[in-house]
Design a binder for this molecule. Structure first.
Ligand code: 5GP
Ligand code: MN
Length: 345
């Protein structure tokens, strides 16, 4: 709530700040978080498309590779991936007059690029909707009540009087974040989210085709992996309504799991009756990654921050720890009862 008020009160000042920044063509870079998801990708590519219309030289940097299912996003092949080209990415940051930081609010979310951003002399602009913002930017559009960063990018462009510069390609990028961060408009929405969706549709976005491209492009191995997770890698704490799922390093090899292949699987546990929290534990080469989801008032953001070196949103959070898979499973089993009341079913 604090950030929402913050956003409203200072909105005009910040908007004129942005206006002053983008009035003359500049070298602009747009950075988003590692393991970029639909909102990170959509907001970055959408903002890039808009700024290019204003004749800026715009480069998008992803810290790590994006899921191949987003290959349809206009211009994405030109994005620079830090993991594949660290020097190229660093040079872009060094040359930038302005750096937009989208869909993250702490420099630990962009790996080693964080240092380059921190020490850069460029003006830094944050557009984000996560909790617990860290102060590393000059102008902030931080609104935790927004469904997505894409919703905020639309708002910024619209309030700059440039709604007409949102063509169907830019619109499709922004709509992508709306659809993916709200689970197809099932959670995290406010009335403004639907206003933005309606406006984007008016501007030419074909939401049916877009949803088909986003959700119906899974490879056979994705469905087989999902089946494996549901059949062989799920444990249910019935007393507390907690679903725990995990993947071992061997699973990664057996199913040829690449970055992004596990996205969305955690949500399947929430489809079970009485489930309040879902935890998905991934044994990656050097780190154990955990994805947490919850319903209603239970804050997995708090749990992720306190026990798993992470953060995020109230109902969708994650983290990463150096420990064994078994230890993390035990920790989840131990921690959850502290946050949940025993079910009486
Ligand atoms: P996911 O479970 O899909 O990886 O992430 C869900 C949300 O949790 C993300 O949108 C992000 O806000 C947050 N999150 C995931 N991993 C981390 C992490 O390692 N650190 C922090 N601070 N947040 C994370
Ligand atoms: Mn987001």
């Amino acid at each position: 709530m604090r950030f929402f008020v913050d956003f409203c009160i200072h909105y005009d000042r910040r908007n004129s700040g942005i206006k002053a920044i983008i009035i003359f063509p500049k070298e602009i870079s747009i950075v988003t978080h590692r393991n970029p998801d639909g909102d990170a990708i959509g907001s970055s590519m959408g903002l890039a498309g808009y700024l290019q219309k204003l004749h800026h030289n715009v480069k998008v940097i992803f810290p790590s590779e994006y899921p191949t299912s987003y290959g349809f996003i206009s211009g994405i092949q030109r994005a620079v991936i830090f993991d594949l080209d660290p020097n190229g990415a660093r040079q872009i940051i060094e040359k930038s007059d302005v750096i937009f930081c989208l869909d993250f609010n702490g420099l630990d979310r962009v790996d080693k690029l964080g240092e380059n951003i921190q020490f850069s002399k460029a003006k830094k602009v944050l557009i984000d909707h996560h909790l617990d913002r860290e102060p590393f930017t000059d102008i902030e559009f931080s609104d935790t009540s927004a469904s997505s960063t894409c919703e905020l990018v639309f708002k910024v462009i619209d309030e700059l009087g440039d709604r007409s510069k949102i063509d169907p390609d830019v619109g499709e990028c922004l709509f992508t974040g709306l659809i993916t961060d709200t689970g197809s408009f099932r959670y995290g929405t406010r009335s403004y989210t639907y206003e933005v969706a309606a406006s984007l549709k008016v501007l030419g976005v074909d939401d049916y085709k877009l949803a088909d491209k986003i959700f119906n492009s899974q490879k056979e191995k994705h469905l087989r992996l999902l089946g494996h997770c549901l059949a062989n890698r799920m444990e249910v704490m019935k007393d507390y309504g907690v679903g725990i799922m995990w993947l071992t390093r061997k699973d990664y090899a057996d199913f040829d799991i690449q970055r992004g292949d596990t996205e969305g699987i955690v949500n399947y546990m929430l489809m079970m009756e009485n489930i309040q929290v879902a935890a998905f534990i991934l044994e990656q080469p050097s780190i154990i990654k955990i994805s947490l989801r919850s319903k209603g008032d239970i804050s997995v953001q708090e749990i992720a921050q306190k026990y798993f070196n992470g953060g995020g949103h109230k109902n969708a959070a994650g983290g990463g720890v150096y420990a064994s898979l078994g230890d993390i499973k035990d920790k989840v089993r131990k921690v959850m009862p502290q946050y949940l009341t025993k079910l009486t079913v």
